[in-house]
Ligand binder design. Sequence first.
Ligand code: GLA
Length: 375
Amino acid sequence: MLAETPPMGFNTWNTFGVNINDKLIREIADAMADSGLLEAGYEYLVLDDTWSEKERDPETDRIIPNREKFPNGMKAVSDYVHSKGLKFGLYSCAGVRTCTDHPGSFNHEFKDAETFAEYGCDFLKYDFCYKPVIADGPQLYYRMSMALKACGREILFSACNWGADEVNKWIRSSGAHMYRTTGDINDSFESFKSIALSQLPALCHSAPGCFNDIDMLTVGMYGKGNVGSVGCNDTEYRTQFALWCFFSAPLMIGCDVRSMTPETKALLTNKALISINQDEEARPAFAVGLYPWNEDTKVFMKHLSGGEYALGFFNLSERDCSIPAAFWHFGLDAGYGMVLTDCFTGEESGVIKEYYSPFVAKHDCAVYRAKVVKL
Ligand code: GLA
């Protein structure tokens, strides 16, 4: 089964935008294999928009790779990516054109799926620009999903209709493996905060086989690149990464993996956080308690397999403060306590009873793997 746990990989869009080419993709493949990212679970290398020529091949009506950017064709690129032990992803669109005005797959779905399979594709991101107004959005995703299943190659289907048409009501039935539910992220605290908070009611729709995608990470971009914006600091990036992990969101890296800082690399390969994201039960996190005096502080609890839990205290507000959680808020009886292991330091607490209230600086988080013990 594809997407038993949230897919993990890298996507070109956030940093490189339209500036992608054969050499860059090979360098990224090298970096993913050599830096420990692949080992940590990041297996898909996805080329986003602008990999193709502006028009289809007039003779075959096929989408063809841009000759200048990919002079060796696309199979040569995917062969290289595969030789590194990675999987290869491409991008297309349910409309007549992609968002940057390249050919979309509308009414060419089965032909394009065959072409992508010939190119060695293992993952297709499928966008939503230039959809003809008379076309039914869900129908276009049902159609491409069937085309991918008929193409003779196993291809993970990553839908990207930005949450339109009440996507979480029908997308799972389309066969898609992940699906975007929000507009595009940019590299700022405000952007990832609003995306994360907007998804709280939708987390319950994520489950093995099909995950709610809250967009590519901006961790490690520091304001540079295609969706650069004002950038974030390392504290904010760890909050972003922890939120994506608690929300069982696909982890698609968006920074330049060829030049990660040690902090970025350590965060993106943090085993404790990744194990929360990749937990086989993929249960939705839920918000614990109410904090009316500072509503932008959140406590999230997520049940993990093996009788463990993830407990996260997120300060998304503009002031440093304590964030209290009474254990009865998430159902624990007073006869039991918790032992917390800090996901960043690995430090284990003693037995904590009844409530916990870490002091969390603004935009930061405190995240733990928790075990329940009888007192
Ligand atoms: C849309 C998507 C982005 C990216 C661009 C490419 O905006 O939401 O993730 O794929 O298109 O043009």
